[in-house]
Design a protein around this ligand. Sequence first.
Ligand SMILES: [Zn+2]
Length: 99
Amino acid sequence: MIKGSECLCGKKVVPKRDICPKCGKHMSEAEFQDFGRVLTLTILHVPPEGYEGPIMFCMVAIEGGAKLVCGYEGDRDLDIGEHVRIKKIDNKYICEPLV
Ligand SMILES: [Zn+2]
């Protein structure tokens, strides 16, 4: 499972945060499934600290309603709409194809 937060207004986020980005109220801790579907893909040639570039990043819609940006280090391209599993490694979120 992946730890995140949810709000009474229905907003769900990963990773966990205290204040709802939608309504500004306090959020409570929630757990989400560790798989989802690729919404968008982007390749970063200058990656964020802690990642080796170039790296593909994708926005994943997690089962249950939250969205999360994951790195992808596999050797083939992912497709939009593809189902992926999400892993948290060294505080980084990485996704891999669900095959
Ligand atoms: Zn809210």
